[in-house]
Design a protein around this ligand. Structure first.
Ligand code: SF4
Length: 296
């Protein structure tokens, strides 16, 4: 099992060493899957680098893109320009997911607890979740909208698992230990190539950092989505509210940027998807979207 110190040591290696390590993981995955593998491709910079790296060894490996309808238009354009990409779709639209189950807010863990507090018939589970829920999020229990952690499963994981089941191909994904504590923990427990978990996956970039990704893109002149030249450092789903509170302290969350770069989509999600009513609960955390300050 990897330790946190072991991960830190590997993260400090030069890019050349990380490329060799990643290529080794990819070759091991090819052996494990007998060549039946695919790159999980989101159109973001990390999976763009992974795809480039994989195809530098195995040029015919397919990429698979889950078209959730939540990606930035620039990402979708970039994916269209990339060769040998299979497009797959979730069974539900985001609008239906939030209506049926609830909005993804704060984090996967907190939205799961809030959802269970609201829906469980078990007093024991409810009491446990109430104990786990941090005091700063207790007020969300009274939110006048549903909250749920189900969105990622329905929109992304289920279509990918269905593709794996249908084709027998196993995924290589571009996640890194530096992305989140959860991903770091998973790498510590299962390694870069997670052979023994329920849904096996290879994570050759586990020890890379954001700086390595850009160094690779520049060094190998890898084409990437224009969204990164518009002030965005992270892409992912446009209308997701996971982690938004961390940006709100500076009063310039991702939605403020979207209001300038994609005004039509901004108004669609605020008004048609009801994100404005969710936002109204955030002033308790010291945030008011600029537009609401101006027109208050
Ligand atoms: S990242 Fe957010 S919006 Fe995207 S699928 Fe997951 S929960 Fe849904």
């Amino acid at each position: 099992m990897l330790t946190a110190a072991g991960i830190r040591q590997k993260q400090s290696l030069p890019l050349e060493a990380k490329i060799i390590m990643a290529q080794e993981r990819i070759r091991q995955w090819d052996l494990f899957t007998d060549g039946d593998m695919y790159v999980s491709f989101s159109g973001g910079k990390d999976s763009t680098v992974l795809l480039h790296l994989v195809r530098s060894i195995y040029p015919n490996v397919p990429a698979v893109f889950v078209n959730t309808g939540l990606e930035y238009p620039e990402i979708v354009r970039f994916v269209r320009q990339t060769e040998n990409v299979t497009w797959i779709r979730p069974k539900m639209r985001f609008k239906d997911v939030i209506e049926k189950y609830g909005y993804p807010v704060i984090s996967k863990e907190v939205s799961q607890w809030l959802s269970e507090i609201a829906t469980t018939g078990s007093d024991k589970l409810r009491a446990k979740r109430l104990r786990q829920l941090s005091a700063k999020w207790q007020y969300m229990i009274d939110a006048p909208f549903k909250i749920s952690n189900k969105c990622c499963d329905i929109m992304k994981k289920n279509p990918a698992h269905a593709y794996t089941k249908q084709t027998g191909r196993q995924p290589l994904i571009g996640t890194m230990a530096c992305d989140s504590a959860f991903r770091k923990q998973s790498i510590m427990l299962h390694g870069c190539n997670a052979y023994g978990i329920v849904n096996p996956q290879s994570r050759p970039l586990s020890m890379w950092t954001e700086g390595d990704i850009w160094e690779y893109i520049r060094g190998f002149k890898v084409p990437y989505s224009e969204i990164y030249d518009m002030g965005y450092t992270r892409t992912g789903c446009m209308f997701c509210m996971f982690g938004l509170h961390l940006e709100m302290r500076k009063n310039r969350g991702r939605f403020e940027r979207m209001r300038h770069t994609h005004p039509r989509l901004y108004h669609y999600c605020m008004d048609n998807l009801g994100l404005s009513k969710v936002m109204e609960w955030y002033p308790q955390r010291g945030y008011v979207p600029q537009e609401r300050i101006q027109f208050a």
